[in-house]
Design a protein around this ligand. Structure first.
Ligand code: HEC
Length: 149
């Protein structure tokens, strides 16, 4: 760097306490899982749909429409929703790039959605809510442990 620039630059830095003392961002303890673009985009699309489905389910529960809640859960998140990308992914589905514990957490989510669906079909609203929390717990478990970027 040209010597004439060094002093003004040093003064500028010294005069920016906000820059020098920027608070450290909170730590991120999640494990980074690298995925190629295709499986990562497929997973993101799934995740967005899970959130939309979850929102619909809560709405159905509030209206006591348990059969509708059961159907949404099974179709969109349950065991019947597994492997739906096979045609596009051709072996490059997100599951292939997940560490074992992460893949297991994914299976747990599908199982929890299917279990919720079964409980909701019995028409018991209190038990359905408890089963729904098992499902949201499966979202939380994975989100607290892994990230893809
Ligand atoms: C097997 C692990 C796993 C499970 C189970 C899981 N997620 Fe995710 N989800 C992730 C990861 C990893 C990301 C990306 C986070 C990142 O890299 O920053 C993500 C991202 C998301 C996003 C953000 C999508 C975007 O716009 O980028 C939403 C919304 C989401 N998940 C909802 C859910 C819901 C709702 C459930 C439960 C029904 C759920 N997820 C279950 C792993 C999981």
């Amino acid at each position: 760097m040209h010597r004439a620039l060094i002093l003004p630059l040093a003064l500028l830095l010294a005069a920016s306490p906000a820059l020098a003392q920027a608070p450290a961002p909170p730590q991120d303890h999640r494990q980074l899982v690298n995925m190629p673009d295709l499986p990562r985009s497929l997973m993101r699309a799934d995740m967005q749909d899970h959130l939309v489905a979850m929102n619909e389910i809560i709405g159905y529960l509030a209206e006591n429409k348990l059969a509708d809640a059961a159907e949404t859960a099974e179709k969109r998140m349950g065991q019947s929703a597994m492997g739906k990308h096979a045609a596009i992914a051709r072996g490059q589905g997100p599951g292939r790039f997940m560490p074992d514990t992460m893949r297991q957490m994914g299976w747990n989510m599908h199982d929890a959605a299917t279990e919720f669906s079964k409980v909701a079909k019995t028409g018991d609203q209190a038990k359905s809510l408890a089963a729904l929390q098992q499902l949201t717990s499966s979202c939380v478990a994975c989100h607290m442990s892994f990230r893809t970027r």
